[in-house]
Design a protein around this ligand. Structure first.
Ligand code: KG4
Ligand code: ZN
Length: 375
C-alpha cells in the first residue's frame, strides 16, 4: 500500500511516502527551528505560519523523491494530535483537501503512538512491549499488547525534553537544549553535582521540575560567587534587578542580554560538569523506572520514542542495562527519532491493517491534547 504521511504537530513540516509498512520511499522534513532559536522555545504562531508556507513544497518534494504520482497513492495518514492547534490544522486541512480531491481514504494518527511505531519500520514488532515516550511535551511508560495500551505512569510536571531545554536556557545555552547538553556533557564530570531523586505519586511516574530548579539555584550561586567568572547582575538604573530568565543567550564566547550588554559567560567547566551531572541523573531515573516496568509486567522489550531518544548517552546506558537484564531495547534511527512523517505513515498503515475505520474527512479535527489512550 502506498501511503502518504503528513506531520505538522509542532515546528516541523514533513511529508513521507511509504511502500507497505517497511519501505520508506521519501521522508522530507522542513524545520522552522532556526526561526524559534532567538526566542528560546517554539513560538506557536511562527510554527504554524511556517508550516502553511512549506506544506505544498514539502508534499511535492516527497512525491518527487519517491518517484510516485499523486494518482498512485492509496492512503493518507495525518497527525491529529497532540500538538499545537494552529500547526495541526495546517496538516489536517491539507490532508482533507487531498483526500477529497484524490478520493483517497484518510486516517488520523496519534503522534505519540507514531513515535513508538517509528521503531518498527523495517523491523519486527513484539507482541508485548513497554513503550517509553521521552519527547519535548511527553514522558510516559506504557504497556502495549497488540492494540491494547495501558498507561503505567507519566510525568507529573515537566516532560524530559522540556527539562533539557529549560536547564540549557538557565545556563544561557541555545534552544533546543537536548543536543547542546549532550555535546557539552561529553567533556564534563558527571559526578560533580548530585541531585536528589524525586518522589512521585506512582512507581512509574516521573518528575523533572525539581532538578530544573536545583540547576537554577546552582547557576545563581555560581553567578554571584566571587570565584565565578560571572558577576552578580548589576541593578538597572530603576533599581530593578534582572533575573536569569531575562533572555540570556549564549553567543559563542559571550552571553548577551536583551539590552545587548555583554557579560562574561558562566565558567565553561561549570557548564560542562552541570550538563554531564544533569544528563546522568535524568538517565539514572529513566533507566530505573523502565527496568522496573519491564520486571513488573514481564515484558521483554523496551521500545523508546520521542526526540530525547536521539540522546547517545541515554541510548548507551539503556542498552548496557538491557543487556545485563537480558531484555531488548529498541531505539529509532536518528532521523526517525525526531518529528517526521514516515512514522505517521507507518502508524496509519498499522491502524488500517488492524481494521480501524478510516476517518471521515468532514469530521476530522485537530486534537491538541490527545493522549496515548485516546482511542
Ligand atoms: O519528539 P520531539 O522532536 O518533539 C516533540 O514531540 O516534543 O522532541 C523534541 C525534544 C526537545 O525537547 C529536544 O531538546 C529533545 O527532544 N532532544 C534531545 C536530543 N535531541 C532532541 N534531548 C536530549 N538529547 C538529545 N540529543
Ligand atoms: Zn514528537
Amino acid at each position: 500500500m502506498l501511503t502518504l504521511g503528513i506531520e505538522t504537530s509542532c515546528d516541523e513540516t514533513s511529508c513521507a511516502v511509504l511502500d507497505g509498512r517497511d519501505r520508506i520511499l521519501s521522508n522530507i522534513i522542513a524545520s522552522s527551528l532556526f526561526k524559534h532559536k532567538p526566542f528560546g522555545g517554539v513560538v506557536p504562531e511562527i510554527a504554524s505560519r511556517h508550516s502553511l508556507e512549506q506544506i505544498d513544497t514539502v508534499y511535492r518534494e516527497s512525491l518527487s523523491e519517491a518517484g510516485v504520482g499523486a494518482e498512485q497513492l492509496e492512503l493518507i495518514a495525518v497527525t491529529e494530535g497532540p500538538g499545537l492547534i494552529g500547526s495541526l490544522f495546517v496538516g489536517i486541512c491539507f490532508a482533507k483537501a487531498l483526500s477529497f480531491s484524490l478520493r483517497l481514504p484518510l486516517v488520523g494518527v496519534n503522534h505519540l503512538e507514531a513515535h513508538l511505531a517509528a521503531n518498527f519500520i523495517g523491523a519486527k514488532m513484539p507482541e508485548k512491549f513497554i513503550g517509553l515516550l521521552i519527547s519535548g511535551g511527553h514522558t510516559s511508560l506504557s504497556l502495549h499488547e497488540g492494540e491494547k495500551v495501558s498507561l503505567l505512569g507519566q510525568t507529573i510536571d515537566d516532560a524530559v525534553g522540556e527539562a533539557f531545554d529549560k536547564v540549557a536556557k538557565v545556563m544561557g545555552l541555545e534552544y533546543p537544549g537536548g543536543p547542546v547538553i549532550e555535546k557539552l556533557a561529553r567533556e564534563g564530570n558527571e559526578q560533580a553535582f548530585q541531585f536528589t531523586k524525586p518522589k512521585q505519586s506512582g512507581p512509574f511516574d516521573f518528575s523533572f521540575s525539581g532538578i530544573k530548579t536545583a540547576v537554577l539555584y546552582e547557576v545563581r550561586k555560581t553567578m554571584s560567587s566571587p570565584d565565578g567568572s560571572l558577576r552578580e547582575p548589576r541593578p538597572r538604573p530603576s533599581g530593578e534587578r534582572r533575573n536569569l530568565d531575562c533572555g540570556l543567550r549564549r553567543n559563542d564566547a559571550q552571553t548577551v542580554c536583551h539590552s545587548g550588554e555583554r557579560r562574561n559567560p558562566l565558567p565553561p567547566a561549570f557548564v560542562r560538569d552541570m550538563a554531564a551531572s544533569f544528563q546522568k541523573s535524568v538517565a539514572d531515573w529513566i533507566l530505573d523506572k523502565s527496568l522496573a516496568a519491564l520486571a513488573e509486567t514481564g515484558a521483554r522489550d523496551l521500545v523508546v520514542g520521542g526526540g530525547v531518544s536521539a540522546n547517545g548517552y541515554l541510548k548507551g546506558r539503556l542498552k548496557t542495562a538491557a543487556e545485563e537484564a537480558g531484555v531488548c531495547v529498541h531505539f529509532p534511527e536518528r532521523i526517525l527519532a525526531l518529528d517526521n512523517a514516515a512514522m505517521i505513515a507507518r502508524r496509519g498503515i498499522e491502524l488500517v491493517e488492524s481494521g480501524a475505520p478510516s476517518s471521515d474527512p468532514l469530521r476530522m479535527t485537530a486534537q491538541p491534547n490527545l493522549s496515548l489512550l485516546s482511542r
